[in-house]
Design a protein around this ligand. Structure first.
Ligand code: PLP
Length: 394
């Protein structure tokens, strides 16, 4: 018997585990601490009232024989939710059918599971720095990875290089960890690259609801040609506070085929084989997010986080610290002051200001010397953290 040897190729310590250990050690040594956590990207505000009401109604249905629901007839989601998501895309100017929307338990699962569809010999291009799941899931399935460098020079928005061939390309915009957002023209370059190279673009739109900039795309399907080469992953985690609820969606257009094989048909087959769908109650809750009242209520919550991001951006700007993000994203990606390394700055901030952030190095080699702060915290604490940062100086 042999285990999957690829597990040995993974980084031994997951980034957030290392961070948590260092914070625990600091807390044990300083029991009276007032740590402000701006590290992990979890939301902190409760679900919208319409979501709670929808869950109550759905729970009532589950309590009666006449309305009880067991296994979903379709593991890809109830039609009411697939229709609601398609309607949301329509509001972005993207026409797609409900059958092109696949409901899942969040973007992490779908982004991770999509690799089941692809041959192990494909070359996979990921940006660096990057959300670690893209890298780890491909290492586990034994694929070759190449990297597109995100740097201060390109604003952490690497563009395609036609001389380098890839079969699968991961993009994340607005980006985790850098908060940088591709514009329409830049995304068109990636779509054109994918079409020319017969590659598939895996577009992670988990933070699309933070885009406010005029003309900036929220979906890859706003870009002509993307329907033939892209798969989009999105989630209600950050959009509507569903990190503990678990609901997301993946969009695969009918036009996406490889050698005459429908990619959405393969995904249906994959999900049918390994997934039994998201709970009925959660799907009713998700449906409520897409109602007019739901959209208004989640906008209020998003505005709270966006105000935090503005507070943080203003502090960094005043201090003359270079950063990306914060404007169309809950993440701010700052250059560590004084040429400090990411882990050195992590320790410095923890010890001198009791602020926890995430060392950029944990997201790839180009993250060395950078640091990620998140805007998902409490508003008063965010202000307090920025005052502590100003006090520390550059
Ligand atoms: N994609 C990106 C870029 C993320 O940052 C995250 C979560 O932080 C996810 C996907 C996973 O989200 P979900 O909660 O939907 O699994």
């Amino acid at each position: 018997m042999k285990l999957n040897g690829n597990f040995q190729k993974l980084e031994q310590n997951y980034l957030f585990v290392t961070v948590a250990k260092r914070v625990a050690a600091y807390t044990a040594a300083h029991p009276d601490n007032h740590i402000i956590r701006m590290g992990i990207g979890d939301v902190t505000l409760p679900l919208a009232p319409v979501v709670i009401e929808a869950m109550h109604r759905a729970t009532e249905e589950m309590s009666k024989k006449e309305t009880f629901r067991g296994y979903s007839p379709d593991s890809n989601g109830y039609p009411f939710l697939r229709e609601a998501v398609a309607g949301y895309y329509r509001s972005l100017g993207v026409e797609l059918s409900a059958e092109e929307v696949f409901i899942g338990d969040g973007a992490k699962s779908d982004v991770g599971n999509i690799v089941d569809l692809f041959d192990v010999d494909n070359t996979v291009l990921v940006p660096d720095p990057v959300y670690p799941v893209y890298v780890d899931t491909n290492i586990l399935s034994g694929r070759k990875l190449i990297y597109a460098d995100g740097t201060e020079e390109n604003g952490f928005l690497p563009l395609p290089d036609d001389a380098i061939h890839a079969d699968i390309v991961y993009l994340c915009s607005p980006n985790n960890p850098t908060g940088a957002v591709y514009d329409r023209e830049q995304l068109q370059q990636w779509v054109d690259y994918a079409l020319a190279h017969h590659a598939i673009l895996l577009f992670d739109a988990a933070y699309e609801s933070f885009v406010t900039g005029a003309g900036l795309p929220r979906s890859i399907f706003e870009i002509p040609g993307a329907e033939q080469c892209a798969i989009e992953f999105c989630s209600l985690s950050k959009t509507a506070g569903f990190t503990g609820m678990r609901c997301g969606y993946t969009v695969i257009r009918k036009e996406l085929t490889v050698d005459g094989v429908s990619v959405s048909a393969l995904w249906e087959r994959r999900q049918g084989c390994k997934f039994n769908g998201v709970s009925y109650v959660t799907q009713r809750a998700a449906e409520a997010v897409f109602t007019p009242a739901g959209q208004q209520q989640i906008r209020e919550t998003l505005a709270y986080y966006q105000a935090n991001a503005r507070t943080m951006a203003q502090a960094l700007r005043e201090m003359g610290i270079w950063f990306t993000g914060g404007e169309n994203s809950p993440y701010l990606w700052m250059k560590c002051p004084g040429g400090m390394g990411s882990w050195a700055y992590f320790d410095y901030l923890l010890e001198q200001a009791e602020i926890v952030g995430t060392p950029g190095e944990g997201f790839g080699k180009n993250g060395a010397g950078y640091f990620r702060l998140t805007a998902f915290g409490d508003a008063a604490q965010t202000k307090e953290a920025m005052d502590r940062l100003r006090f520390l100086g550059k």
